[in-house]
Design a protein around this ligand. Structure first.
Ligand SMILES: Cc1cc2nc3c(=O)[nH]c(=O)nc-3n(C[C@H](O)[C@H](O)[C@H](O)COP(=O)(O)O)c2cc1C
Length: 199
């Protein structure tokens, strides 16, 4: 493949996906039908704790992040697992139809899961919109914006004089001269192609 980074030009946003007892940061969200209760899909890694919860709860919320959202929300939900920390203790949320919605967001969508499709690494969950609201006006954070500003958003620094590879999705830093062939980000699970080298 000549340059996979062109996929970053697919217009995607940055959202916090929540369900009962967990959630994670996502960009792989798409509206797949229209009407009063449209279908919305979200793709979630099989290794994510959120994936197991979604299959159990059959319900999710998507909170839309703005460009001025506190980056701590992305860090908490996108760089840690609910297996290790209670994300809802770190970030202020309000329960709507049983699901925690992020208070510091532009608004939310609540969906009931109607179907899911498994592929090798991810599950594509399809939900029907049952509730939604706008909290405030503002520019939604695009995934391109996140990629362009992630250094300042996540304050990723590497040790001087050491070769490092930084995960362009979650900011995980791997020190070493080369990344092993089968390397996957231990924090967010993406492949080695999504790491950038820093010297
Ligand atoms: C900006 C950003 C976008 C992400 N997009 C996705 C995504 O679309 N799907 C996914 O499964 N994980 C995505 N992740 C990674 C998860 O948020 C991350 O693996 C999280 O720690 C999983 O938490 P959990 O184990 O509690 O479910 C993204 C992370 C970031 C920072």
């Amino acid at each position: 493949m000549k340059n996979k980074k062109i996929t970053r030009k697919i217009t995607q946003g940055v959202y916090i996906l929540t369900t009962i007892n967990g959630g994670c940061c996502v960009d792989a969200v798409s509206q797949i039908s229209s009407g009063s209760n449209p279908l919305i899909s979200v793709s979630v890694m099989k290794d994510n704790y959120t994936n197991t919860l979604l299959k159990k709860n059959k319900k999710f919320a998507l909170s839309v992040l703005g460009v001025d959202t506190n980056p701590k929300i992305i860090e908490t939900f996108g760089m840690h697992s609910m297996k290790d920390i209670d994300k809802f203790k770190e970030v202020s949320t309000t329960k709507i139809l049983g699901v925690n919605v992020i208070d510091e967001s532009l608004g939310y969508m609540i969906c009931e899961i109607v179907d899911f499709i498994e592929n090798d690494t991810h599950t594509l969950f399809i939900g029907r919109l049952i509730e939604a609201d706008i909290y405030k006006d503002g520019e939604a954070m695009s995934y391109t914006y996140y990629q362009e500003h992630k250094d300042e958003l996540l304050k990723v620094t590497t040790e001087m004089g050491k070769t490092a590879f930084v995960c362009t999705v979650c900011g995980y830093v791997y020190y070493g001269e080369i990344l092993p062939d089968d390397f996957k980000c231990p924090k967010c699970g993406v492949e080695k192609e999504l790491f950038e080298k820093r010297d």
